[in-house]
Design a protein around this ligand. Structure first.
Ligand code: THG
Length: 299
């Protein structure tokens, strides 16, 4: 089988993060610059700079974070905030605008109105988040209809499909495997909806609420499942070396195992050991063939 890779959008420069959050609030460049260098060295294609809602000082904070990072690395940036004024202010100082990502435009009319002109002007890539006026889509059809709305509005502004990254919104395994299946189903439909468009997902959403030491197993196997349907980018923890190896196409044996199972080929699990067995058990849970509990790897 052909080698598949995923462009990693490194998630750790984040207002909620231990190292980066305090540094952002206090405007201390050092920790943020170190993280930018570490994430870049780990193989990140983009650096997500997430200031959250930043209601008070976002228009000042995001440009500061952008300039802080740009002064030490050339890695393309992914600006992540729900504050539309901060997003516009951040893009003003981005050096490589056409290589950057706006994270994100959702299917909420006021966000579309404010941000689409900013994205069109910058010529950047855009994450089209499938989150509507009524919140989270319930199934793949609702995802498809939101995707059509977003694609039409982006196209009208002159943004080509190739600059769009659709995010079907990953949901935690604790909410059940049906929602996970519906996100995957949407990815299967994407090239019919928006030919040439890309995709992304906040990977670690899948393991939200699960004990910290177990999260990485869910994230890694889920990424391999997304790769079957051509996920182009993913927002990931670049400090997880094994996950980055999957992104870089260096774990072909595990990709073949999980994709084989997705095609209905049941391996002889008594022959599996180590990480292969972990992927096997985790796939069973993520696909809904086994019920999720925090002891899934021990069963
Ligand atoms: N889709 C899109 N953008 C997104 C998300 C998405 N942006 C935000 C989020 N989801 C993805 N980013 C993160 C960033 C950090 C963590 C998870 C997702 C995270 N942080 C550590 C934790 O909570 O354990 C804390 C790290 C620390 O303390 O340093 O998990 O879905 N388009």
């Amino acid at each position: 089988m052909a080698i598949i890779t995923v462009q990693a959008i490194a998630e750790s420069i984040n207002i909620m993060g231990k190292r980066s959050g305090g540094a952002m609030k206090e405007r201390i460049p050092g920790p943020i610059q170190e993280m930018a260098q570490e994430e870049t060295a780990a193989g990140a294609t983009y650096l997500d700079l997430n200031i959250g809602p930043a209601r008070k000082d976002g228009v000042e904070l995001l440009p500061w974070v952008v300039e802080t990072v740009q002064s030490c690395v050339d890695t393309p940036l992914c600006l992540d905030t729900t504050n539309t004024d901060a997003m516009a202010a951040g893009f003003k100082v981005v050096k490589n605008k056409t290589g950057a990502i706006m994270n994100s435009i959702s299917a909420q009319p006021e966000r579309m109105e404010k941000l689409i002109p900013v994205a069109a002007e910058a010529g950047c890539n855009v994450i089209a988040l499938l989150w509507g006026p009524d919140g989270m889509p319930r199934d793949s059809n609702e995802r498809a209809s939101m995707a059509v709305d977003l694609m039409m509005a982006l196209s009208e502004a002159g943004i080509p499909n190739e600059k769009m990254l659709f995010d079907p919104i990953a949901t935690p395994i604790t909410l059940g495997a049906d929602q996970i299946a519906s996100g995957l189903e949407f990815l299967m439909m994407l090239q019919d909806i928006a030919p040439g468009a890309g995709s992304t997902v906040g990977l670690s959403n899948v393991s939200n609420g699960v004990a910290e030491h177990l999260r990485k197993y869910l994230d890694r196997t889920y990424l391999i499942m997304l790769m079957k349907y051509g996920i182009k980018t993913a927002i990931v923890n670049a400090y997880d070396k094994e996950l980055m190896a999957i992104c870089k196409g260096e774990r072909q044996d595990f990709v073949d195992l999980v994709h084989g199972m997705m095609d209905g080929n049941e391996p002889d699990s008594s022959q599996l050991t180590g990480a292969a067995l972990e992927h096997y058990k985790t796939y069973k849970v993520l696909s809904g063939q086994a019920v999720f509990s925090e002891s899934w790897l021990n069963l």
